[in-house]
Design a protein around this ligand. Structure first.
Ligand code: ADP
Ligand code: MG
Length: 572
């Protein structure tokens, strides 16, 4: 239940629309009752052959009510749907705002298909919360009480019967369904998430599954997930039908009792016979408002689970981001960086990825970080970007600890090329303009030339995940994007690992020229061309094992020197 409070909070913000939908819903309910009540009275009255003007008056009343009923029903639908859709969009926005800060780590816990199912499916489910859970009981009580108030003037007994009907359909039967429901434990949402997860994995991994001849097994898993989902859907459908049937049975029983008791009262002379048909019609119509109560427990349980699945993802996200990190870093100035005994272990891992790493990068210096794969180079850059918080030690940019720096500010002032770069479906131009909106085609083309992609036109298409580009082309496009950004801190994570040596050399020349007065950190997969660097940091198993200039490291004849020898031998 606790998670539904978030949904309730969204509902309450739409007070005006809620009030209007209840008002129009009430009017629609009441006009329907009056409409059928008057019709019943009209039929009985007509049998007694009253003066024509009485009948004409009643007929006019029936027509007028029909008209009002349609109008207020329209108002009810209009306002309740408007409230629902505003609420849904509020939920999506607030959910996304809570999810965003968790983004880098969210995939440790959730698979993308599952997340998608939650964001789309579970939010969609919450649309029923207002329409099917929050609203029907309010309307039911308002309409029933008004009707009972009216019926009391004709017969206490019939009013009492209707009241019992209200208790049955509005309280006892829904409560019984709720108990049944919690015993059954619907697995619908979980089944849908499983299906969505299996489907995304199959689609993402289709090629690999085919090459490794594992497609059939995965397909079978998908089929199982699909069948489980269908089974759950069917079961839910059955339950809903059963609930409907029970609820209708109760309504009709009460209406039948009204008829029987009414007939008895007429023969006893306690009720004028001309009102009997009216009372029966009123009862029948009134129970229309009780029908939604049959599916209410279903929807309540559904929404409870949907809210739980949705909000458990982002739970505590406010608490995590609580210390306000609002310090800004200086504008248009090369930045000094310092790591002080920094350690970091990934959640759930035993071995630290970074252990007691310390170094200083003066403002405007050029640094290369080298070391075997898995030695913690990428993690180091991520710590510098504040994507993960350090376990121990501090990372300083100028005078500020990175945790205190506003991430938006930090990220907007760094030219980053990550090991994996994302490109969006669209044109080359659109993908480059991510750096800055206002760049001219001329600038874009000149940078494309620097990364030797001059054969590309700005209007060329980039497919989803840049599938139509080679690894090296993607890297060059990412470098171009960083160059276009033109900030004063460069963080490059093996930006040229898929680019041939000659092109790499030319691109680096352009890069170093543009960055000549800036602070630059380059994680390098190759040991050539590092002579120009001010400092080389050698990492192994999360630790800095050597640091110095190229010549210092060669003279020292340590780890770097040996790696260099091996590289030479391999290349010879
Ligand atoms: P490098 O960039 O030097 O190749 P990384 O910094 O990517 O190395 O990784 C350092 C270590 O941290 C590796 O042992 C790797 O397995 C581990 N690691 C990297 N990313 C994660 C992650 N998201 N979760 C758990 N462990 C990780
Ligand atoms: Mg790496």
């Amino acid at each position: 239940m606790i998670y539904l409070k978030y949904v309730l909070k969204e509902i309450v913000t739409e007070k005006k629309d809620i009030f209007l939908s209840v008002l129009f819903g009430y009017l629609a309910g009441m006009t329907a009752i009056v409409l059928f009540g008057v019709s019943g009275y009209l039929v009985s009255k007509a049998a007694l052959a009253p003066p024509l003007y009485t009948l004409a008056f009643l007929i006019a009343g029936v027509k007028l009510m029909g008209f009002f009923r349609a109008l207020s029903r329209y108002g009810e639908r209009y306002f309740s749907h408007r409230a629902t859709f505003t609420m849904l969009s509020n939920i999506r926005t607030s959910f996304f705002e809570k999810l965003e800060p968790l983004a880098p780590r969210i995939f440790e816990k959730y698979r993308s298909g599952d997340l998608l199912a939650r964001i789309v499916g579970d939010v969609e489910n919450l649309q029923n919360f207002f329409l099917r859970v929050f609203y029907p009981p309010i309307l039911l009580i308002l309409v029933f009480l008004s009707t009972i108030f009216f019926v009391v003037f004709y017969s206490w007994w019939i009013a009492l019967l209707i009241f019992i009907g209200l208790i049955m359909t509005g309280l006892i039967i829904p409560a019984w369904f709720t108990i049944r429901q919690t015993k059954m434990k619907s697995r619908m949402r979980e089944a849908r998430a499983d299906l969505s997860t299996e489907a995304t994995e199959l689609l993402y991994g289709f090629l690999d599954l085919k090459i490794y001849r594992k497609l059939e097994g995965k397909e079978a898993q998908l089929t199982n997930a699909s069948e489980a989902y269908i089974f759950e859907q069917e079961r839910e459908g059955d339950t809903a039908m059963f609930n409907h049937a029970i609820n209708s049975m109760a309504s009709f029983t009460v209406s039948w009792l009204v008829l029987t008791v009414g007939a008895f009262l007429v023969t006893e002379g306690q009720l004028d016979g001309v009102f009997l048909a009216m009372l029966v019609m009123i009862t029948l119509t009134m129970f229309e408002n009780a029908t939604p109560m049959a599916v209410l427990p279903d929807h309540l349980e559904d929404n409870r689970r949907a809210a739980e699945r949705l909000y458990s993802v982002v739970e505590g996200s406010e608490a995590e981001t609580s210390p306000p990190s609002s310090v800004k870093i200086p504008n248009k100035q090369a930045l000094a960086i310092e790591f002080k005994k920094v350690s970091y272990t990934f959640p759930g891992e035993r071995k630290p990825a970074i252990e007691e790493v310390s170094f200083q990068l003066p403002a405007g210096s050029k640094t290369a970080i080298v070391g075997p794969s898995g030695s913690g180079k990428s993690t180091l850059l991520q710590l510098l970007l504040g994507i993960f918080g350090t376990d121990n030690g501090e990372v300083y940019i100028e005078d500020s600890e990175v945790n205190h720096i506003s991430k938006d500010d930090l990220w907007s002032k760094t030219n980053v090329v990550l090991q994996e770069n994302h490109f969006f479906y669209g044109t080359i131009r659109e993908n480059l303009l991510i750096a800055h909106n206002s760049l001219t085609d001329e600038t874009l083309n000149s940078v494309l030339k620097k990364v030797e992609l001059q054969q590309f036109s700005l209007d060329d298409q980039v497919l989803e995940k840049a599938e139509n580009l080679s690894g090296g082309e993607k890297q060059r496009l990412a470098i171009a994007r960083a160059m276009l950004k033109g900030e004063r801190l460069w963080l490059l994570d093996e930006p040229a690992s898929s680019i041939d040596a000659l092109t790499e050399k030319n691109i680096y020349a352009h890069l170093l020229h543009q960055a000549q007065n800036d602070t630059l950190v380059l994680v390098s997969h190759r040991l050539t061309g590092l002579e120009k660097m001010d400092q080389i940091i050698v990492m192994e198993q999360g630790k800095v094992i050597e640091a110095g200039t190229y010549n210092e490291l060669i003279d020292k004849k340590g780890y770097f020197y040996h790696m260099k020898q091996i590289e030479k031998d391999v290349l010879m």
